[in-house]
Write a protein that binds this ligand. Structure first.
Ligand SMILES: [Zn+2]
Length: 191
């Protein structure tokens, strides 16, 4: 069993990545996308996280329409982002002969993001079957932020080694965006 894990550099996908690393005896590739995101600092965090844990890491550049990117004025939905990323990951996984792709959708995401819902995963797997691609799975889909923090603690993942904020200010989290709010809620649940 070998696997590609979409890794944004954030806590959710860090937990997922570590779960996969352990389950595949190290045969896990972390895949991070550089798509011109305002929070591009997460790419650096992703690289550092993988280097620390000896996980193979790949950064893929995507040239996506700027209108789809996060701005403070728009709702934080990048249209079709997971579809694009999973498709690119599938191509890579097929070249490498990997069996699965994991991505880090959680129970906190599905209300806002259609491509974090079970129906999306189901339909993507239909496409994968049609092209002989890897199986796609989002094992954290039933988890809330508190659960993620618990798992991170159990796996000795330092939250500060991950990056979540959409709108960093002077290389520090803004404390106000959706990702910052969700992270605070998780920290509170843990305390
Ligand atoms: Zn923020």
């Amino acid at each position: 069993m070998s696997r590609v894990v979409l890794f944004s550099g954030g806590l959710d996908s860090a937990v997922l990545l570590e779960l996969s690393r352990r389950a595949t005896d190290g045969r896990t590739l972390a895949l991070t996308f550089d798509y011109g995101q305002p929070h591009r600092i997460e790419v650096k965090y992703a690289k550092m996280f993988c280097a620390r844990r000896g996980i193979e890491h790949w950064t893929m550049n995507l040239d996506v329409p700027a209108s789809g990117l996060l701005t403070k004025e728009e709702s934080p939905v990048v249209l079709g982002r997971n579809m694009i990323m999973l498709s690119a990951a599938a191509s890579l996984a097929m070249v490498r002969g990997d069996d699965e792709i994991w991505f880090g959708a959680t129970g906190e995401d599905d209300e806002l993001f259609p491509d974090c819902r079970p129906l999306f995963v189901h339909k993507m797997n239909g496409v994968m079957e049609a092209i002989g691609g890897p199986r796609i799975s989002a094992p954290l889909m039933g988890c809330l932020k508190g659960d993620i923090f618990d798992m991170a603690r159990d796996m000795e993942i330092d939250v500060n080694d991950t990056w979540s904020c959409y709108f960093p200010e002077d290389k520090k989290p803004c404390g106000a965006c959706l990702a910052c709010k969700v992270r605070k809620r998780g920290e509170a649940a843990l305390a």
